[in-house]
Design a protein around this ligand. Sequence first.
Ligand code: F6R
Length: 589
Amino acid sequence: MCGIFGYVGERVELGSAVLRALKTLEYRGYDSWGVAIGVNGHIGVEKRTGKIAGSTVSFPPSDIGFGHTRWATHGGVTQPNAHPHLDCTGQLAIIHNGIVENFRPLRDELLARGHRFASETDSEVVAHLLEERVAEHDGDLLAALGATFPRLEGLNAIIAFDLRRRELVAAKSVSPLVVGVGSTGTSIASDALALRGHADRVVYLEDHHLVRLRAGGVTLYDRRSMAEIPPDFLPLDVAAGDPDLGAYPHFMAKEMAEQPDVLDRLVSDGEPAIRAFAGAIADSYGTFLVGCGTASYAALSGAYLFSRIAARHLNFVAGSEFKYHEHFLNPESLVVALSQSGETVDVIEAMMAARRHGARLGAIVNVRNSTLDRMVDLRVHLNAGPEQCVLSTKAYTAKVAALLLAAHALKGDYGTGADLVRAAARGMREMLAGDWASRVQEVAETIHRAEHLFVIGRGLAYPTALEAALKIKEVSYIHAEGFAGGELKHGVIALVAPGTPCVVYAPNDETRGDILSGAMELRSRGGYIIGVGPENDPVFDVHLPTPDVGDAAPLVNALPAQMLGYQAALLRGNDPDKPRNLAKSVTVK
Ligand code: F6R
């Protein structure tokens, strides 16, 4: 979940270039950051806790170095625990993403041999292990990393920096690394986005690779045989769409506003891939939709959509739970992962398990060339553009739209799906353009001090309720829970006290009557009812209207919760783009 970037070449202002690259990676972790650069025969290190924004640092000129943004796993958020970590000699530095699962015995071993540790992290063992191996391998850092990496248990990406040989070396297991080559030097990062301005060609590292970066170029080796491998370069292709904030105050606001265009683009550009995906579902004997967090709710929406539109049962499994369903897989199964980043470790592990069982692999993914994108047999690219707010908004609605379109394609009626998604896009545009947002603002002002909030929906609106609650809680820190409307009386209602905000999804479908009865029961206990749907009802204390777009309701229904969470977060003084404790792209378990 950490962001890593390294460079060796001609850059003189390297320290600030590393810091700029780290800013684009901060969505991966923003507890603390650090930079190490080669300066006059030693490694200069700068580390800080907190976010990069607002830090003023001046670095001496340099042409080799790297940096790291941290999402703490082992050891608190402190300056010593921030990366990079040095060996005992101070001549070798490392940055790390992942968890060295066996770090305790390794640390004990190293302490017994006299190494001195400066941090509480699992990562620092790598610096000291390398220090020993470098000595054994005649100063060759690459060979040292080749010998050290197999000793590390877990899913890790490591970059090591050796000032004496003026090189960076790297290895990885599952956790992503991409190497770039440009006119002024070579670079490496955990996300191709950080290579903009440094590289025009890239190579995505595989788990069996070991790589050496020098000012003159990149050399790739097979980690087991140490044989050189010709690198398979691709042009640097970062997601279409503007990665900058423009006139928006936050990426969350920008990405919410981009949703209508993303949906329209998906309908027109995504058709061939979506049809192929529908065909693969038709050919499979058992389809699983897998995703984590918001993506899991998109997957659950897909299960409802396929059932009602195409009369096809799709299995929904949360990524982290997938391994407990492995035994149902066979070569006729189709396993489809939904992921914005394409790097979520639980999803990648699920797909690896599916591959072991011979299942066909599919992905509905936003980031091209991500680990997920590269490992599947068929894919639908969301083309939503870079999603930089930690919260997923536009990638969520794009995933649900892709599933809605695929369900219609399976039924032999892509056109109806396309009309519905376009209608939802139009509706969202109107919501965003009118005074609707100020209406949400009024609701946010009423509820932003609440401790608890509940969201209910039935049928197609049930996964929407789960997603709405997640969106509201992760950005506002109000404890929000989503429930199936019918489950209220089975326990949840005990939590409703006078004034508790309750969001009630009441679309114009077969669920409306029953959900309004549930709303009545909540109101009788003092709940403050925020009704979301095309029509008002006397049971609502306040009504947030949404257009009536039939089975595309999950798309327009996502927006009120996104907006309410965003407004409440601002009222509570939270940073909506980087909420506490979170990081985008969850690459550790
Ligand atoms: C919530 C959110 C997360 C992600 C989840 C999966 O707003 O962003 O719940 O949806 O971590 O991420 P991806 O889609 O990148 O696999």
